[in-house]
Design a protein around this ligand. Structure first.
Ligand code: HEM
Length: 435
C-alpha cells in the first residue's frame, strides 16, 4: 500500500471519463472498446471525477481482468451496499432516498451483502441449478421451437431482436415466474423503463423528451407497478403453491419470518428483470457473429458439439451486463492505487472481457476459445444466479435454429442500445433461408 499511499491518485482525462458514463458511447461498440483499451493500457485503476460539482460521486474505473476478478471475489472488502449497485447520478439517488428511504428504488440480491445476502440467495439457489432446470427443459425446448417456427413464418427477412431474441428469453422468465402470456407486454415495457431507460427506442416512452425529474418519476412508477403486480402473484402462490420460482419466493422464510413485502417484491423484480434483456443481448450477439461468418453456421450445423463453445463465447463477446459498482469496506490497494474506505468503484465487465492479457485477440468471436473464463456473469458471492438457465435457453434456441435454418446473412446494419448498464443489440436485420 505504501507506494500508492505516496502518489496522487490516477484520474481519467475528461474525454475518457465522459465516455465511461455516456450511454451513447456504449452504442458505438468499436469506439467503446478502443476507449477501454486505452484506459486499461494507461491507467487501469483511475478515478472518474464529475465535471460539474454534485453530478455524481467520483468513482474508480476498474478495467483489467485480474482486478475485476479480485474485486468480485472479495465480497468482504468490496461491498455492494450501501451505494447503489449501478452507476447513478446524484439526482436519481436523492429521489430514491425520498421515495423509499433507501439509495436503491428496489432492494434485492444485488443490493445485499453478508450476512443477509447468503440467506436470501439460498432461497432460490437450488431452483436455478442444472439438476432442477432439467424439469423445465422440455418446456423451454418447445418454446424455442415455437419461436423459431413463428420466425420462419415471418421471414425470410426480419429483425431477429424483435422476433426472436427479445421475446424468447422474456417468455422463459415469465414462465418460471408464472406470469401469464397476456401480461408479458406489460412486463417487457416495465423492464425497459427500468433498464433501457437511456435508449429512446427501447423505453417506448419518449424519455429523451423528458426532464430528469420526469424520467425518475417514470422509473419509480415502473417499480411501483412491478411491486403491485408481484404482491398479487405472491398472494396467489401462497394460497395455491406450484413448483415455480414464484411459489418458492412467496413461501420463503428467512430466520423463521416471511420476507417483508419490499424484499419479496425486490426478489421478483430481480428475477423478472435480470433474466431477459441480458440473455436476449447475448443471443442476438451470437446470431450476429454467426451471420457475419457463413461458414461457421454450416460448420455448427454439421457438428452440434460446437454449440456450447458458441454460447459461451457469445456471452463473453457481448458482455451484456456492462458494469456493477462496489464500495470499499476498508483502505485497500488495487493496481497500485490506494482506494480509501467508502470509495465507490465501477467494475467494468466489457473492459475485463476484452483484456488481451486474458483473451487472445479479444474482439474476435472465437467459438473454439479455450479456456474461456470470462467475467460476463461476474464472480464471487453475487455471481449470476441465472447463468445455467441463460446457457440452457441459448443452447435450446440455437438447436431449434440450426434445425430449421440453412443459411443466415445480415440484411442491414445491427444497432446497439444506448445504455451504460445492460446493453446489446436492439435491432439485428437478418436474411434467413429456411431448410
Ligand atoms: C447472458 C445472460 C446473463 C448475463 C450476462 C448475466 C450477468 C449477470 C451479472 C454480471 C451479475 C452480477 C454478478 C456479480 O455481481 O458478480 C448477475 C447477477 C444476477 N443475475 Fe444474471 N445474467 C444473465 C442472465 C440471467 C438470468 C437468465 C437470470 C434469472 C432468470 C439472472 C438472474 C440474476 C440474479 C438474480 C442476479 C443477482 C445475484 C446476486 O446478487 O446474488 N441472470 N447476472
Amino acid at each position: 500500500m505504501a507506494s500508492a499511499a505516496r502518489g496522487e491518485p490516477a484520474v481519467l482525462p475528461t474525454p475518457l471519463a465522459k465516455a465511461v458514463i455516456d450511454p451513447h458511447a456504449y452504442a458505438e461498440w468499436d469506439g467503446l472498446l478502443d476507449t477501454f483499451d486505452l484506459i486499461r493500457a494507461t491507467t487501469p485503476v483511475a478515478k472518474v471525477v464529475p465535471q460539474e460539482e454534485g453530478l455524481f460521486e467520483p468513482f474508480w474505473f476498474i478495467s483489467r481482468y485480474d482486478d475485476v476478478m479480485r474485486i468480485s471475489k472479495d465480497n468482504a472488502t468490496f461491498l455492494n451496499n450501501p451505494k447503489p449497485v449501478v452507476f447513478s447520478f446524484n439526482q436519481a439517488i436523492e429521489f430514491s432516498r425520498a421515495a423509499t428511504g433507501s439509495d436503491m428504488l428496489v432492494d434485492s440480491l444485488v443490493v445485499f451483502d453478508a450476512p443477509i445476502h447468503p440467506k436470501y440467495r439460498k432461497l432460490t439457489q437450488d431452483w436455478f441449478m442444472p439438476r432442477n432446470l432439467k424439469r423445465i427443459e422440455a418446456e423451454i425446448r418447445a418454446l424455442a421451437a415455437r419461436t423459431v417456427d413463428a420466425m420462419i413464418d415471418a421471414g425470410p427477412e426480419l429483425d431477429f431482436v424483435e422476433k426472436v431474441s427479445g421475446p424468447y428469453p422474456l417468455r422463459v422468465v415469465m414462465q418460471i415466474l408464472g406470469v401469464p402470456t397476456e401480461d408479458e407486454p406489460r412486463m417487457q415495457m416495465l423492464t425497459q423503463q427500468l433498464f433501457g431507460g437511456q435508449d429512446k427506442d427501447l423505453s417506448g416512452t419518449g424519455m429523451d423528451q423528458m426532464s430528469p425529474e420526469q424520467v425518475i418519476q417514470l422509473v419509480a412508477g415502473a417499480v411501483k407497478s412491478f411491486e403491485d403486480y408481484f404482491a398479487a402473484l405472491a398472494e396467489d402462490r401462497r394460497a395455491n403453491p406450484t413448483d415455480d420460482v414464484a411459489s418458492v419466493i412467496a413461501n420463503a422464510t428467512v430466520d423463521g419470518e416471511p420476507l417483508p413485502p419490499r424484499d419479496m417484491a425486490g426478489y421478483y423484480i430481480i428475477v423478472a428483470t435480470a433474466g431477459h434483456d441480458t440473455t436476449s443481448a447475448s443471443t442476438a450477439g451470437a446470431m450476429q457473429a454467426l451471420a457475419q461468418d457463413r461458414e461457421q453456421w454450416a460448420r455448427v450445423r454439421a457438428d452440434r458439439s460446437l454449440l456450447p463453445g458458441i454460447v459461451e463465447e457469445a456471452i463473453r463477446w457481448t458482455s451484456p451486463v456492462q458494469h456493477f459498482m462496489r464500495t470499499a469496506a476498508e483502505d485497500v490497494e488495487v493496481g497500485g492505487q490506494l482506494i480509501r474506505k467508502g470509495d465507490w468503484m465501477m467494475i467494468n465487465y466489457v473492459a475485463a472481457n476484452h483484456d488481451p492479457t486474458q483473451f487472445d485477440d479479444p474482439r474476435r468471436f472465437d467459438a473454439a476459445r479455450s479456456p474461456n473464463r470470462h467475467l460476463a456473469f461476474g464472480a464471487g458471492a453475487h455471481q449470476c444466479l441465472g447463468l445455467h438457465l441463460a446457457r440452457l435457453e441459448m443452447r435450446l434456441l440455437f438447436e431449434a435454429l440450426l434445425d430449421r435454418v440453412e443459411k443466415v446473412e445480415l440484411a442491414g446494419e445491427p444497432k446497439r442500445a444506448t445504455s451504460t448498464f445492460v446493453g446489446g443489440l436492439k435491432a439485428l436485420p437478418l436474411y434467413l433461408k429456411a431448410v
